[in-house]
Design a protein around this ligand. Structure first.
Ligand SMILES: [Zn+2]
Length: 112
């Protein structure tokens, strides 16, 4: 994942939302980010802070909501929260199907 490209895309979405609302300033941009989306939050924040300079998002804050990785067993149906990706159920050896953790989307843009 290229954090700089991602930060650019997030800002594009924020600018578009600001245009639609005839807003001059962007205060906050909310992002939902799965733990498996492969994004380095620190690198993303750094890129965001650099790219927002001299734009309507100059004072904007990136608010990141992390989504944990969870998977459900296809045999016993139990849902597990995974620390790292694991393909088999620790209880019955069924196959785990990923339920969440890959999310990567802009939730909201707070602007005026
Ligand atoms: Zn199982």
């Amino acid at each position: 994942m290229h954090e700089a490209t991602l930060a650019e895309n997030i800002l594009e979405i924020a600018f578009e939302a600001a245009r639609q609302n005839h807003a001059k300033k962007i205060f906050k941009v909310g992002l939902t980010l799965g733990e498996m989306a492969g994004v380095e939050v620190e690198a993303l924040n750094l890129s965001f802070d650099v790219l927002k300079k001299n734009t309507p998002a100059e004072d904007a804050q990136l608010v990141i909501k992390r989504v944990p990785i969870s998977a459900a067993c296809n045999k016993c149906g139990k849902i597990f929260r995974l620390e790292r990706y694991n393909f088999f159920c620790p209880e019955c050896d069924g196959v785990l199907i990923l339920q969440s953790g890959r999310e990567l989307l802009v939730d909201f843009v707070d602007c005026e």
